[in-house]
Design a protein around this ligand. Sequence first.
Ligand code: KG4
Ligand code: ZN
Length: 335
Amino acid sequence: MPTVILGIESSCDDTAAAVILDGELKSSIVSSQDVHAEYGGVVPELASRDHQRLIVPVVSRALDEAGVGRADISAIGAVYGPGLAGSLLVGLSFGKALALSLDIPLIGVNHLDGHIYSVFVDGDGPQFPFLCLTVSGGHTQLAMIQPDFDHKILIKTRDDAAGEAFDKVAKLLGLGFPGGPAIDRLARNGDSSFYDFPRSRPDKRSFSFSGIKTSMLYYLNRFPEEDRAKLLDNHLADLCASFQSAVVDVLVDALDEAITETGVKEVAVTGGVSANRELAERVEQMCERHGANLYIPEPALCTDNAAMVAKVAEFKWASGITSELTLTAVPNLST
Ligand code: KG4
Ligand code: ZN
């Protein structure tokens, strides 16, 4: 009998479902909520309500596109943290109810494991152990990934995540939400030496990105309103390029150092910010210098999706790991 894994993701503002059949991704549906754009950030109450509206049609579409029925599902992987409590509860409760009604196992999935295992969705992925830089809107960490979800965190952020810094800086520059893709696009035509943003790390085990954001705020506040408008008219791309290259420098240097120190030459970059072109190019060059193999998922698998959730569930299912139906959402779950 084929193994059919349904993955469900609802940790923030994307309602997503995906089907993996015998290891192969058959469908991946992501419904991104537009309601937050006008607020410049995710509004938790609106997010959970939209998940309620979307969860049934999104799961139905994932099953339809995969050409499977509910009765064919072998196990359901659902994200139980980290994320927004109200958002997590929708996908997790739906997954539990469906598992209960079909009398099949539920597999609780850590959203961060999802990002890490996204490198296995569209290919064989790296060999264990591998170094994984996960850079998203909620998290930034560099970890050594060993088999059976035994991760060793090497560095994590002590304040803002890298994606959060992109989003906050984009807001300061009057760009939309989420800001990462807009900064990425504009930076391509900008001069990264226009302004020298800070590139430091507080210590060997931490990242910090709130200083770069504050530095942009102080820089803009130096100008009276009219001059600031002119500055943004003439140098928006330069400011984007300068900010982006500071963030990328910090991330690439940390990864470079970790490869040297550990000698591990299997490297992955995952999470929403891994869709950033400059980051991908710079990591690629650095890995080439080390003779290391680099894995970055295709853009649709970098940002939140359920294919990565189904992939984690598939690994767990293969190891006989399932969850109790009493599993609760854990908003501050760590890896
Ligand atoms: O992984 P993700 O979809 O959600 C979280 O788990 O947080 O990441 C979303 C983050 C946002 O902060 C967004 O601005 C950022 O990823 N992002 C990017 C790019 N595409 C998405 N940041 C920089 N460059 C991009 N191309
Ligand atoms: Zn994410």
